[in-house]
Design a protein. Structure first.
Lengths: 366, 312
């Protein structure tokens, strides 16, 4: 087991920079998830840690040693691939023990390790089968088993669940978390699914266009996003961004959304935003759960407004409502009993205690 | 009377209807349609393969003048001739050596070509296929000149290094070497193209997984590439073994079987015995000897393929 550090790591393909200077420190035992849209450089970063891609510049350290020029086989890492990459001509046991056999481990120890990993992953019955005879979820377990038996310094996962159906994905997500709780190996996990990232990670690294947008615990990213990209990427349905302006009205700071709608900011927020120039073009970032139906006993900082709903989506435990504010589409989450109907007027409440204010040009959360 | 006619008409109609539906049933069965669709090919094969095969079986049982049935007489005659056993030996040496070298060279070059990026790869692939694309009768003539005792370009080049002159086609060892060399030159591109296709079908991630598991390049070839290519290798080898074993043109043009019949293969010897020495039954008899030898090879290799096909 070991910590992993990336120092100004850059990857260039001819004249395209896929990864543009990444700094990242991963502590021993930590479960780190790299998340971002496709093409953001997350897989490339993982493959550079694995040694499957050369790095163009910078340093990668595993357990304190710079491994820039160390081939994958000498980095003491294990990787789980998206399509599992099991050797089709070997049985499950042979697949799992391949790395150990190449390193000439004693047969008894190989057997012990394979048996232990198979027990941990609940694939003891499948040990003599070929990958072709396994289902997707079982193959996934074998791929994880192959990683576990090696007892490496670092586990690398490259979108391991994206080939599974939705139900199995949730199940395997929990399996992966359980396995990590037992073996405690430092893990770097790549996914484009923000739910996977939030549920698995000790810390999430959000990447975009070859750069790190933000690093933090799932809660930090959700409640204190640093940029518009992170705010929009984490959370589903995504955060609403509504163009707005600050204005002073009789000694209070107000936020104007449309000609019709303007709210006084709660005192804590007003103090925070007071220094901003009033002419800045701003965005109000508000999550759908902070836009719900109005009721008589509203807390301070919760403001109401009237709107006409375009579309409603009953989800069972909640109903998603969609409406427009001066042409900007907005989504809210209301109680299923609140009487939301397509095309009907509704009074909604916006919780400004949980608002975010963003600079429209730079995308920075203020 | 009239009643009877009506009855008959009814019966006739009834059977007619039954007949029609049974025809429709027969046509409706997939196996029948499949058989009818393949019938032209079956007829073609019967005409071009089965008829000559059985005709040569018949020929092999006649005497030299083709007037008398002699049973297995031609076969027992062949078994007693030293030249026959030499042809068996030479055919095996020729086919096995040539196929091994073709496979090895094809495998190695396929790896090189596989690692050439994009557009350049297509050019190399095209150029490397040339020996296989030229009709062997033509290209072997060029080789004949290169081996010519008087104007051999090889000997001319070698003379600068103080080597030679080498009697390329005049001495048993060199003549065998030369016919095998030309056959390898002609046949290696076939292996190259087959192996290249097989290499492309091995997913990159298997190599990456092997690299992470700690395999060096040799172990990657041994544990990943070769097992993944096993079926292609088996089928290609079998196919090439058959074609090489039955080779005619290269030996015919380069040595005509000489010196002293030591480079004869079944096909060239059958030609010499049957056509040039006008003993057609004996020639047919020689050529028939290829069948059992190749059948055994085919059974062994194909049995393995189907076994692996089931598990892979």
């Amino acid at each position: 087991m070991a910590d992993v550090s990336l120092r100004k790591v850059i990857k260039r393909y001819d004249d395209v920079e896929a990864v543009r200077g990444i700094d990242l420190d991963i502590a021993d035992h930590e479960f780190i998830v790299l998340v971002g849209p496709s093409g953001c450089g997350k897989s490339t970063t993982l493959r550079m840690i694995a040694g499957l891609e050369d790095i163009s510049d910078g340093d990668i350290m595993i357990g304190g040693d710079v491994v820039n020029d160390v081939p994958p086989k000498d980095r003491d890492i294990a990787m789980v691939f998206q399509n599992y990459a099991l050797y089709p001509h070997m049985t499950v046991a042979e697949n799992m023990s391949f790395g150990l056999r190449l390193k000439h481990y004693p047969k008894a120890e190989i057997k012990a390790r394979v048996t232990e990993a198979a027990r941990l992953l609940d694939i003891t019955d499948l040990i003599d089968r070929k990958p072709k005879q396994l289902s997707g979820g079982q193959r996934q377990r074998v791929a994880m088993g192959r990683a576990i038996v090696r007892n490496p310094k670092v586990f690398l996962f490259d979108e391991p669940l994206s080939n599974l159906d939705a139900k199995l994905r949730v199940q395997m997500r929990i399996e992966i978390k359980k396995v990590h709780q037992k073996v405690r190996t430092t893990t770097v996990y790549v996914t484009h699914d923000q739910v996977e990232a939030m549920t698995l990670a000790d810390r999430v690294v959000v990447m975009n266009k070859g750069r790190i947008e933000q690093i933090g615990t799932p809660n930090e990213l959700y409640h204190k996003p640093a940029t518009r990209f992170v705010a929009g990427f984490i959370g589903s349905p995504a955060m609403n961004f509504i163009p707005c302006r600050l204005e002073d009205a009789g000694g209070t700071l107000r936020i104007r959304l449309t000609d019709r709608i303007a709210f006084a900011l709660p005192p804590a927020r007003a103090a925070r935003y007071n220094a901003l120039p009033r002419s800045d073009r701003l965005l109000l970032g508000i999550r759908p759960e902070h836009l719900s139906e109005s009721h008589p006993h509203l807390e301070p900082g919760v403001e109401t407004f009237d709107t006409v709903l375009d579309v409603t989506e009953p989800m069972g435990m909640e109903t998603l409502v969609y409406f427009g504010l001066d042409g900007t589409p907005v989504c809210g989450r209301v109680n299923p009993n609140a009487g939301a109907k397509d095309g009907a007027p509704m009074r909604l409440a916006m919780d400004l205690n949980n608002m975010h204010l963003l600079n429209e040009e730079t995308g920075v959360v203020l | 009377m009239a009643d009877v006619v009506v009855e008959q008409g009814r019966i006739a109609r009834a059977t007619g209807a039954r007949k029609g539906s049974s025809l429709r049933n027969t046509l409706g069965r997939k196996s029948t349609v499949a058989f009818l669709l393949t019938l032209p090919l079956i007829l073609l094969i019967a005409l071009l393969v089965l008829y000559p095969a059985f005709f040569s079986l018949y020929l092999a049982t006649l005497n030299k003048a083709m007037t008398k049935f002699v049973g297995l007489g031609n076969f027992t005659f062949l078994f007693k001739r030293e030249t026959f056993w030499m042809v068996v030996k030479q055919s095996c040496i020729f086919a096995i050596t040539a196929v091994i070298f073709k496979a090895l060279i094809g495998f190695i070059v396929a790896h090189f070509v596989h690692n050439i990026p994009g557009k350049k790869q297509r050019k190399w692939r095209g150029m490397l296929l040339v020996p296989w694309v030229i009709p062997p009768a033509m290209s072997t003539l060029a080789w004949l000149w290169l081996f010519d005792p008087s104007y051999s370009a090889f000997n001319y080049t070698l003379s600068y290094f103080g080597v030679g002159p080498i009697p390329w086609l005049g001495e048993t060892f060199w003549a065998r070497f030369s016919v095998i060399l030309v056959n390898v030159w002609y046949g290696a591109p076939f292996f190259l193209i087959m192996y290249l296709a097989a290499l492309k079908s091995v997913p990159d991630q298997l190599y990456e997984a092997a690299a992470i598991d700690g395999a060096n390049w040799w172990q990657k070839i041994w544990y990943v590439t070769l097992p993944m290519m096993r079926n292609i290798i088996a089928i290609t080898t079998l196919f090439s073994l058959i074609v090489t074993f039955a080779n005619f043109d290269i030996v015919r043009i380069l040595t005509s079987g000489g010196p002293l019949d030591t480079t004869h293969l079944f096909a060239t010897w059958a030609f010499q015995v049957g056509i040039q020495s006008s003993d057609i039954p004996l020639g047919a008899c020689v050529s028939l000897f290829m069948v059992p030898i190749l059948a055994v090879a085919a059974i062994f290799i194909l049995r393995d393929v189907s076994k692996r096909g089931n598990e892979a």
